[in-house]
Design a protein around this ligand. Structure first.
Ligand SMILES: CC(C)(COP(=O)(O)OP(=O)(O)OC[C@H]1O[C@@H](n2cnc3c(N)ncnc32)[C@H](O)[C@@H]1OP(=O)(O)O)[C@@H](O)C(=O)NCCC(=O)NCCS
Length: 167
C-alpha cells in the first residue's frame, strides 16, 4: 500500500531516520530536517506543521505542507507543497519539491510521489503547478515528464516545468 501522508507532530524515529538518510539535500532540494538531533526533532515537526497553517512563517515564506510517501508502512520519500508562488519560487523552487531516500530510488516511487503530490495541489485549488529542476537532473526530469510536465524554458541550467491539473 502506498500513501502520501501529511507530516504530524507525532511522527517518530522512522521519519527521522529517513531524513538522516536523505542528508542535507541535493539538486536544489533542501532537507531542513537533516540538521536536527532526535531530541530536537519535535521542534522540526512542530515548525513544519505550523508552517502549513501559516503560523510562525519566516518573512518572505509562503505556507508549505510537508508530506511523506509511505510504502507498506515504511517512509520512502518527502514532498513539500507550497500553497502559492512568490517571486523567488517563481524563479527557483516552484510549488513542489521532493526527494526519495537513496536506498529506495529507481523503483518508481519518485513518479508515484509526484502524482500524489499533484492530487494534494488540486485539493488546495492550484490550477497549474510549477516545478523547477536542474537541467542535468535527468532522473527528476523523467519524473516530471512522466506526470505531464511541459517544459517552458531552460535558463542558466534551470528547467521550468508546468503541469496543468485537470478540472
Ligand atoms: C529525482 C528523484 C526523486 C527520483 O526518484 P526515483 O524514485 O528514483 O524516481 P523513479 O524511480 O520514479 O523514476 C526515475 C526515472 O529516472 C530514470 N533514471 C534513473 N537514473 C537516471 C539517469 N542517470 N539518467 C536518466 N534517467 C535516469 C529511471 O530509469 C526512471 O525512469 P523510467 O521509469 O522511465 O525508467 C530522486 O532521484 C531523488 O530523490 N533525487 C535527489 C533529490 C532531487 O533531485 N529532487 C528533485 C529536485 S527537482
Amino acid at each position: 500500500m502506498i500513501e502520501l501522508r501529511e507530516l504530524s507532530p507525532e511522527d517518530g524515529i522512522e521519519i527521522y531516520n529517513m531524513l538522516q538518510e536523505i542528508g542535507p539535500g541535493e539538486n536544489g532540494f533542501f532537507n531542513d530536517g537533516y540538521n536536527y538531533s532526535f531530541d530536537d526533532f519535535g521542534k522540526y515537526l512542530l515548525d513544519n506543521y505550523n508552517a502549513s497553517r501559516e503560523i510562525g512563517l519566516k518573512i518572505g515564506h509562503v505556507p508549505q505542507t510537508t508530506f511523506w510517501l509511505v510504502v507498506d508502512g515504511q517512509p520512502v520519500g518527502i514532498a513539500k507543497l507550497r500553497s502559492y508562488l512568490n517571486a523567488a519560487l517563481r524563479e527557483s523552487g516552484g510549488h513542489i519539491g521532493y526527494s526519495i531516500r537513496p536506498s529506495e530510488r529507481n523503483k518508481g516511487y519518485g513518479k508515484k510521489l509526484l502524482k500524489e503530490a499533484l492530487s494534494k495541489a488540486k485539493v488546495v485549488g492550484i490550477k497549474e503547478v510549477l516545478i523547477t529542476c536542474h537541467e542535468d537532473n535527468l532522473e527528476s526530469r523523467n519524473v516530471i515528464e512522466a506526470n505531464n510536465g511541459k517544459l517552458e524554458v531552460i535558463k542558466e541550467g534551470h528547467c521550468k516545468y508546468w503541469i496543468k491539473l485537470s478540472e
